[in-house]
Design a protein around this ligand. Sequence first.
Ligand code: PLP
Length: 220
Amino acid sequence: MEDIYHSIHTFLTEKNVQLVAVSKTKPIDAIMTLYDAGQRDFGENRIQELKEKQPLLPADIRWHLIGHLQSNKVKYIIPYIHLIHSVDSLQLLSEINKQAEKSNRVIPCLLQVYIAKEESKSGLHENEITAVLDSSVYASMKNITIQGLMGMATNTSDETIVRGEFRQLKQLFDQIKEKYFVSSPHFSHISMGMSNDYKIAVEEGSTMVRLGSLLFGNRN
Ligand SMILES: *Cc1c(COP(=O)(O)O)cnc(C)c1O
């Protein structure tokens, strides 16, 4: 596990890409193995699991939420969450802002973009992203910052499809940055790439990959 971690970490560092180790379903000792190897960014997709693991692990872990977030569960992660990758509605963003205000925090968020050809993958469509960023509700939020976009490609062995979707996400990122965040250095993350497609994602401009099974082994 450490060997594969070090080789992937070296590859990504050379490309200036951040690694989020996706530890969902994995036990504390497996997480600690990577922590001891130097990894600090970990991602979970379920609030319940994150709630259970977070207090048992070192406080300097940077926790990333990568899965769908229900508004009524936002409050549980506000005290410690480092980056929420999966914001998929203005309503959710409002709730994050509201809870963050109570805790006196500013929460970094990514907007999840729908790029896949599969109905099961969630996210915002391009017009919905601009609707969020154009809204007066968003303009009034003081306790969130939008730091980039996240997307998941279609789960297929057809590299052309996957590459095309990542390319589309990178283009959208560039357009949004130019239109809304020209003077904001924080809008800098393109979270794309998982175990099966991270090399393509890196070639297409990913700044942050989310790797689970490649690091930890297959999930049951
Ligand atoms: C599970 C998951 C990953 C990691 O998937 P692997 O194929 O195991 O690397 C990445 N992103 C999201 C949103 C996930 O839910």
